[in-house]
Write a protein that binds this ligand. Structure first.
Ligand code: ADP
Ligand code: MG
Length: 316
């Protein structure tokens, strides 16, 4: 199978106080058609920015994005409109991204109307059925639904126009653990039925184990490790991945307004050496002076660590 999504050398920085923060700092990734790549890392490491760049919702400062062999950066208005039919986001809290005064059916119908589909009513009924929502919910409003039902509405809307590529950005992070599995299973079923390619963004490495074909671990704007899911879980090569795995599962504290993120932003000030060195139990002198590139380790594995062949962080 060929790659549907190919990004090379993506960079995106934002103004932050008097300086700039490099949200995405040289990210390349490939997603094979019909597969799921999970993008994992702590809050603030640049996952959502990467997702927005892949969907052409934002322009990178540098780098390229190709979807199905076509560069999204040079697209004109008509091509971008067609791209909007074929790529779609699923966000963490659909309540933020859908109009609360609309009914469920008008929320799901909107992309169909925008793209000139016929038989909108029938299609909406089929879509609600496809995401496991009873037809009588069609006339309800989002606030009358549970979190899981709202996320099903968001998924129905995202797949309405028959997209090839979905960016699912923390699609279950706002849901109770019992509901998370249902939504994850729904996304998997939709993928197998429709052959859609996914970027599945999560701060929770344990969660993606049963979702992703491949995993990319992100730290401070860069991918520090990538590999097939089973191999990455069985034998993580980057100390950061090892620490993430040792830490999971951890108690979840959900606060809507205050994501914990100070540490990565502070560490980003480091300009020489490995960005993870200040937190790495295995850091040597070399790690503090020489920035390790992401390098292939064979069999589709890659890691950005001078000690990737030998690094083993004990349980913490
Ligand atoms: P993640 O999704 O991994 O939590 P983000 O991509 O949202 O990370 O953010 C990465 C960094 O970029 C953070 O430091 C964040 O504060 C900053 N950032 C993201 N979007 C913006 C924006 N629109 N304006 C300013 N800073 C931003
Ligand atoms: Mg995010």
């Amino acid at each position: 199978m060929s790659d549907l999504v190919v990004a090379e050398g993506l960079r995106k920085s934002y103004r932050a106080g008097r300086g700039r923060v490099a949200a995405v700092d040289g990210v390349s990734l490939h997603i094979e058609q019909g597969s799921t790549l999970a993008l994992v890392g702590e809050s603030g490491c640049g996952k959502s920015t990467t997702g927005r760049l892949l969907l052409a919702l934002e322009r990178p400062d540098d780098g390229s994005v190709e979807i199905d062999g076509r560069s999204v950066l040079g697209m004109g208005k008509r091509e971008l409109r067609e791209l909007r039919r074929t790529v779609a986001p699923v966000f963490q809290d659909p309540y933020d991204s859908i109009n609360g005064r609309w009914t469920v059916s008008s929320i799901v119908a909107e992309p169909l109307r925008v793209h000139g589909f016929d038989d909108v009513g029938t299609r909406v009924r089929d879509l609600l059925d496809a995401v496991g929502l009873p037809a009588e919910l069609a006339t309800r409003h989002p606030h009358e639904l549970s979190g899981g039902q709202r996320q099903r509405v968001a998924i129905a809307r995202a797949i309405a126009t028959g997209p090839d590529f979905l960016v699912c950005d923390e699609p279950v992070s706002a849901l109770d653990v019992s509901v998370q599995a249902q939504i994850v299973n729904l996304l998997r079923r939709i993928q197998s039925e429709r052959g859609i390619t996914y970027l599945f963004i999560s701060h929770d490495l344990a969660l993606v184990r049963h979702v992703a074909d491949r995993v990319a671990v992100m730290y401070l704007g860069r991918i520090v490790e990538e590999g097939a899911t089973d191999e990455l879980f069985a034998d993580p090569r980057h100390p950061y991945t090892q620490l993430l795995l040792a830490a999971a599962p951890r108690p979840r504290v959900r606060t809507h307004n205050a994501p914990a993120r100070p540490e990565p932003v502070v560490a980003q000030a480091t300009t020489v050496g490995c960005r993870f060195a200040p937190r790495c139990p295995l850091a040597t002198d070399r790690c503090c002076t020489e920035d390790p590139a992401l390098r292939g380790l064979g069999e589709g594995r890659a890691a950005a660590c001078h000690h990737a062949e030998t690094a083993r962080v004990g349980a913490v």
